[in-house]
Design a protein around this ligand. Structure first.
Ligand SMILES: Nc1ncnc2c1ncn2[C@@H]1O[C@H](COP(=O)(O)OP(=O)(O)OP(=O)(O)O)[C@@H](O)[C@H]1O
Ligand SMILES: [Mg+2]
Length: 432
């Protein structure tokens, strides 16, 4: 028997004993006993009613002073109520803190449901994106940010990279937007004002383009004269011949650098050409093979073609030719005469692919992530001696980006390398 029950029983026995004691003096034992029990039952009901009244009418106030079980219930209810109140206060504090922080954050933050409907947004989202809270809650974000690139970004579902887009309410401002999935099915859209960086980037591009452009003419003139002086028939004397040869070589290198920088600038600044034409890649590969064979010389590696003749690619023929020839010239330069270079054109579940695979010297894994950076060369001296500028793979990367394609590089030292351009299936054209 638990303690409260023992106490209740004790109280009942006490009332019965007191009634019995009274009955001994005044007689009428049953009536006195009944009266005693009635008083006992009534006070119990009375306390219960006080408890009920307190719970219904004043749950926030201190509990009434009640004896026995009703008193214990009242104290327990009061304790729990206080505990709940403390938790509520803590939650309110956290919420207030979060609201203050989210209001102070300069980046726009929008919480989206998986289908892209807006659940919540901070004040910066109103300033940068023109969204309104709570008016836009529940509306699909692509219906409010009506930028085609953004709509494609959301539809594609690949959020590994950020997207740069103009602000929907102030077109001169540039935003960098990225979606971060979190929880079970929520997404956080973060937009940062990158106008300043975009301007700096524009200044850098313009500077490189202008410098390259300005240097082009003087270098061409120098090259012309050096070519003439380099001619054994000139009167400069044989003792100067080695110096002129060196100057001529270096001037040629400068010209290549300037040409490559200009190509890069053009790729960075000009919009992708449209409409694009179906490029017959197999024909392109055959002409590249001839070019590669000339570059490699009679003793060079064998160049083989494996191409699906029914597959064409929607794109810019000139740019694609430049990208593929860059990959082929690299392969020729880094494959020994006994090796093989394979040009492989096909479609699979990943998209349409052009691979340039060689059995050459290969590249160490530590270099693979850097190869498309400007001026990055595994062996700078060797690349220079071979006429390389270190800009070839940057040009390839830019051209592929303009075709929504990417470059995959696989390589093993001493075994060879495979550079694969992977184009989206939407660019594939089947020739009948
Ligand atoms: N097929 C390959 N095999 C081995 N190394 C390669 C291959 N392709 C590229 N590389 C390495 O990657 C570096 C960068 O290549 P990239 O084409 O950008 O520059 P480059 O060939 O040196 O100069 P450029 O192409 O501008 O004339 C090269 O210097 C070379 O070290
Ligand atoms: Mg190259």
């Amino acid at each position: 028997m638990s303690f409260p029950w023992a106490r209740e029983l004790g109280a009942l026995l006490l009332v019965a004993l007191a009634s019995l004691f009274l009955a001994i003096f005044i007689g009428h034992v049953p009536w006195v006993l009944m009266g005693g029990l009635f008083v006992y039952a009534f006070t119990g009901r009375y306390q219960l009613n006080r408890l009920r009244e307190w719970i219904i009418m004043h749950p926030a106030g201190a509990p009434p002073d009640l004896p026995g079980a009703p008193g214990e219930i009242a104290n327990e209810v009061y304790r729990r109520e206080r505990e709940l109140e403390r938790r509520r206060d803590r939650m309110a504090d956290v919420l207030q803190q979060f609201q203050r922080v989210s209001a102070a954050v300069p980046d726009a933050m929008v919480v989206l449901f998986q289908e892209g409907h807006i659940q919540w947004l901070n004040p910066a989202a109103e300033r940068l994106l023109g969204l309104r809270s709570p008016r836009d809650h529940g509306v699909r974000v692509v219906n409010l940010i009506r930028n085609p690139d953004f709509q494609e970004y959301v539809a594609r579902g690949d959020f590994s990279q950020a997207l740069t887009l103009p602000s929907p309410i102030a077109g001169e401002r540039q935003l960098s937007a990225q979606i971060i999935p979190f929880g079970d099915s929520l997404r956080l859209l973060i937009c940062r004002d990158v106008t300043h960086f975009a301007k700096l980037e524009e200044v850098r591009r313009q500077f490189v383009a202008n410098v390259s452009h300005e240097l082009r003419t003087p270098v061409t003139v120098l090259l012309g004269f050096l070519e003439a002086l380099n001619d054994p028939g000139t009167s400069c004397g044989d003792e100067w011949q080695p110096q002129f040869e060196l100057m001529y070589e270096q001037a040629q290198r400068m010209q290549r650098l300037i040409d490559d920088l200009l190509v890069l600038s053009k790729l960075e600044t000009s919009p992708p050409t449209s409409p694009e034409e179906p490029v017959k890649v197999p024909d392109l590969l055959w002409s590249l093979k001839r070019l590669g064979e000339t570059l490699a010389g009679a003793e060079g590696p064998e160049i083989a073609i494996e191409a699906d003749a029914s597959l064409a690619l929607l794109g810019n023929a000139e740019e694609l030719q430049s990208a593929f020839s860059n990959l082929l010239s690299n392969a020729v330069r880094h494959t020994p005469a006994a090796g093989t270079i394979r040009l492989w054109w096909r479609a699979d579940e990943e998209g349409v692919k052009l691979s340039v695979a060689d059995t050459g010297e290969g590249i160490g894994p530590q270099h693979l992530g850097h190869l498309t950076e400007r001026f990055y060369r595994v062996d700078t001296a060797r690349s220079r001696a071979g006429g390389g500028t270190g800009l070839g793979l940057s040009i390839v990367k830019h051209i592929l980006q303009r075709h929504q394609a990417r470059l995959a590089i696989e390589s093993r030292l001493g075994k060879g390398s495979t550079f694969t351009c992977i184009f989206p299936e939407s660019r594939m054209v089947r020739l009948s």
